[in-house]
Design a protein around this ligand. Structure first.
Ligand code: NI
Length: 172
C-alpha cells in the first residue's frame, strides 16, 4: 500500500467539487485502501479523496474506539435524511492541522452510498460517525469546516495555515 500525502489548506483542489465514481476499478480500490492506511497513519477519523488530490467522491472513515478498527469505505455518499436535532462538536481536519473549532451540525443522518464491491447501501449514522460523514461529504463539495465560521475567524486560520505551509517548505 502507498502512503499518500495530504493536501493542506489553502489549496485550490480542496475547493473543487469532486466527480461521481462511475466504475469501481482497481485504481479506485487501491485508492480506498491507501486512504485508509493514510488516515490511520495521521490518526484521523475520516479522509476524503480530494484531501489526497483525487477529485473523486470517495470517503473513508473510522470513528471506533481507539483499540478497535472498523474502517468504512463510502463511494458516492449522499445524505438522504438529517435529524432536526443538532449536535455541537469541536472539529478538526487533517488538511488544517492543529486547528479545532466548534461546529453545529444535524446530530443524525441517513446516508446512501456504494461500497467497494459496488453494492448500494443505506446507513444511519449517529454521534461522531454522523459528524464525520457530514464533514467528509463537505470535502467532496469543496467545503471545509472553517467555512462554517465567521469571515474574521476564517481569515485568521487561513493566514496561520499559509505561514505554517511556508515553514514546512523551508524545513525540507
Ligand atoms: Ni477534513
Amino acid at each position: 500500500m502507498t502512503d499518500l500525502s495530504i493536501l493542506l489548506h489553502p489549496d485550490v483542489r480542496l475547493k473543487k467539487v469532486s466527480s461521481q465514481v462511475t466504475n469501481i476499478d482497481e485504481t479506485i480500490k487501491k485508492l480506498c485502501l491507501d486512504m485508509i492506511e493514510t488516515m490511520y497513519k495521521y490518526s484521523g477519523v475520516g479522509l476524503a479523496a480530494p484531501q489526497v488530490g483525487v477529485l473523486k467522491r470517495v470517503v473513508v472513515m473510522d470513528c471506533s474506539e481507539l483499540d478497535e478498527k472498523n474502517p468504512k469505505i463510502l463511494i458516492n455518499p449522499e445524505i438522504i435524511w438529517s435529524s432536526e436535532e443538532k449536535f455541537v462538536f469541536e472539529e478538526g481536519c487533517l488538511s488544517i492541522p492543529e486547528i479545532r473549532e466548534k461546529i453545529t451540525r444535524p446530530a443524525e443522518v441517513k446516508v446512501k452510498f456504494t461500497n467497494i464491491d459496488g453494492s448500494l447501501y443505506e446507513d444511519h449514522f449517529k454521534d461522531l460517525w454522523a459528524i464525520c460523514i457530514q464533514h467528509e461529504i463537505d470535502h467532496l463539495n469543496g467545503k471545509l469546516f472553517i467555512d462554517y465560521l465567521g469571515p474574521i475567524k476564517r481569515t485568521f486560520i487561513t493566514k496561520k495555515m499559509k505561514k505554517y505551509k511556508k515553514e514546512i517548505i523551508n524545513k525540507y
